[in-house]
Design a protein around this ligand. Sequence first.
Ligand SMILES: Cc1cc2nc3c(=O)[nH]c(=O)nc-3n(C[C@H](O)[C@H](O)[C@H](O)COP(=O)(O)O)c2cc1C
Length: 194
Amino acid sequence: MLKTVALHGSARIGGDTDTLTEHVLRGLRESCRLEETHFRPIEMNIAHCKACMHCATGSNCIIDDDMQRVYPAFSAADVVVIATPMFWGYMTSPLKTLFDRLEALASPAHFGGKDFVLVIGYRHYYGSMIEWLERIAGGFGSRSHPLACRTYDPVTQRDIPVTQRDDWLHQAREIGRTIAALRSPPPVERNPVA
Ligand SMILES: Cc1cc2nc3c(=O)[nH]c(=O)nc-3n(C[C@H](O)[C@H](O)[C@H](O)COP(=O)(O)O)c2cc1C
């Protein structure tokens, strides 16, 4: 059983990054049993980090809000899908607020040993998010799987919904399948009975 947490950074339910996330999860479901937990921070009550530094003393975050549901799920997750449209060169602000509050779990015990999938929808630029993921995942001993999809045609200056891009949907499913393969236990070796 793989524990999977999906963090939906967009306000657009069923939009580009939600659709790509669903295809990552489909790729995982093809070969694994999943325990899925979904969070959409824009619909949650998540206060800004107050930098009180209580968590730096080893205690839990003292703010009593919806992050108290996120902490145990995030900590226990094998796979975390971080899905965000690019907004002004970075993740959306509700998702950033959630990550600021994850400061309370900022250690290899909670961030390590995971597969982080970063699903990005963008018009112009996504580099800052790739750098961010590699620093976070690599620094804590987790693997990173970025998928950045341009949802805009600069020639026609029109948005292209990912539902019209089978190649990206396929890539998303492939990421799910790859993680499932990486996480599946090796076959038990049996010695032939003499
Ligand atoms: C308010 C707003 C700001 C945006 N800012 C950027 C941006 O700074 N850079 C960029 O590449 N795309 C930007 N976009 C485009 C979105 O990131 C892109 O359309 C994305 O695929 C939407 O994903 P979603 O359907 O999951 O919300 C912006 C879109 C909106 C609505």
